[in-house]
Design a protein around this ligand. Sequence first.
Ligand code: PEP
Length: 253
Amino acid sequence: MRKQVAAANWKMNLTYQQAEELITGIINTPHQLSAHQYAVFAVPFPYLTMVADKLKGKANTGVAAQNCYTKTAGAYTGETSVEMLKSIEVGYVVLGHSERREYFNESNEMLAEKVNVVLAAGLTPIFCCGEALSIREAGTQNEYVGNQLKESLFHLSADELKKIIIAYEPIWAIGTGKTATSDQAQEMHAHLRSVLAAQYGTDVANEISILYGGSVKGSNAKEIFGQPDVDGGLVGGASLKADEFVQIIQALK
Ligand code: PEP
């Protein structure tokens, strides 16, 4: 079975004390992760070490940065390198979230570079893709999102690609309360898998976990994650409540 992942994206929320309370609340809420199920926490940079320490020894959990820079070191004031993340035992880096694409002008080309540095350091990229409402309304979402994968990932070898997690997040469903239907999610996930299969073959495509993101909640996670090509979720708002995020973890198949 493919890796199933519940990834929390705390974005730029919470004070240190609130973050500590949230991760402790999640740990203390009874839940179980099977061998193929993972819970990953994409938390603000200042909290990475604290959250990693709290999760130490907890099987199938991990900590993710929400971004990184393309250079490994040097005079880049305000940036964070993958080497730094690696040195504090961060295992994952979220790349290309739509908020970073929109507010920080991250292009497919720049994301290809970020994917390279993250893989080179031995960390796992969680590569985000997804279309705006105007693109969905024009009916060109398959081509648009397929192109995001092609431009940022298709320079990779099959072995490199297999180390990536993809998160499909339709922008019109992020933080809006408007979830894609489970059919819409399945349709896009199957399309993306076919795009991967056309380039790398079916066996490789079938190994890649594709998460859905966009207003996933405790109440809809089971139905969305139950779709055959949906391998869990990247969760914003609902990951800020301990009991609800645990419910989402428990909805993994
Ligand atoms: C996200 O930001 O990755 C996200 C999916 O947010 P929300 O769950 O709040 O829509």
